[in-house]
Design a binder for this molecule. Sequence first.
Ligand code: COA
Length: 333
Amino acid sequence: MSLLNEIKAKAAKKQKTIVLCEGEDKRVVTAAAQVVREGIAKIVLIGNEEEAKRVAPDVDLTGVTLIDPETSEKTAEYAKLLYELRKGKGMTEEEAKKLAKDRTFFGALMLKAGDVDGYVSGACHSTANTLRPGLQIIKTAPGTKLVSSCFVMIAPENHPCCKDGAFVFGDCALNICPTAEELSEIAISSAHTASVIAGIEPKVAMLSFSTKGSGNDSKYTDTVTKVKSAVALAKEKAPDLALDGEFQFDAAIVPEVAALKAPGSTVAGQANVFVFPDINAGNIGYKIAERLGGFMAVGPVCQGFAKPLNDLSRGCSAEDVVATVAITALQAE
Ligand SMILES: CC(C)(COP(=O)(O)OP(=O)(O)OC[C@H]1O[C@@H](n2cnc3c(N)ncnc32)[C@H](O)[C@@H]1OP(=O)(O)O)[C@@H](O)C(=O)NCCC(=O)NCCS
């Protein structure tokens, strides 16, 4: 069974309820129906029947719960919840009432209130607008101060470098220029996602253009020092995790190069979780693997939220939405 089908089958066993915030989008409406038809999760779709019929006239929404913030009796309750959560940050009651009708905020408030188990949005909203309600309302899980993201990179069949069938790349989409402390959090969270979502026993490589001191950019941005510090911090926080660096990508993945450049490392040459030094490296890296390497990029998968909340790419297909729902269900307690 493919990894994606395994993820869907595992999600189906949990029968979690996931809110899809964008009932105005055909791909989302199509995916909502498919998720319910295939028994992957229960779905609450934010929108209304008239709109769903207009954008996706042929889709049968039997079994999907539709909820419209404009008419729902829950909106007033959620506005109060939002006001209580954000009044310390200067939000007024009027602002809260208005924002509670925004579909992404409404979805995040449903999640906060415990009315659903997970949130998926972003097919027609930017990453920033999709994640901000989560960052403001759901906040981080105990034990971490950082929300980050990773991609599960599913390998083409029989890929010579990928014996687990998938790699995890983090953070290619959310934290723009992480500090050493933040990089260590990204590493630990990405290892957790690798094990929960991809079923991989994580071996984490902290990537750089330098391997074990071979390069130095202290005159410029000093990322080598940053990655070295992140390695030390992550080892301190998660002593049982197989994690090492700093490594160039070849030292992280090719045993022969690892033997030359990082002899004695238990991660070099065998890594399956790759942590990039910033969003430039990560975003470019995952797209190269996808476009030139033939890997399928699933994500970005958000990690570190107190409750599962995920962002879709605006170029997503209905199938991508289904996959993200399944992943979100797996992340739910
Ligand atoms: C995600 C993102 C929107 C956050 O933006 P931001 O400007 O920091 O957001 P805000 O300042 O509105 O912060 C909102 C809250 O979230 C918190 N926050 C922001 N980033 C956080 C993170 N990574 N982890 C935890 N909390 C975070 C802030 O502390 C703030 O909390 P508060 O309001 O309770 O004090 C921003 O990091 C971003 O745009 N990233 C790049 C996304 C992107 O374009 N990706 C493209 C590739 S797919």
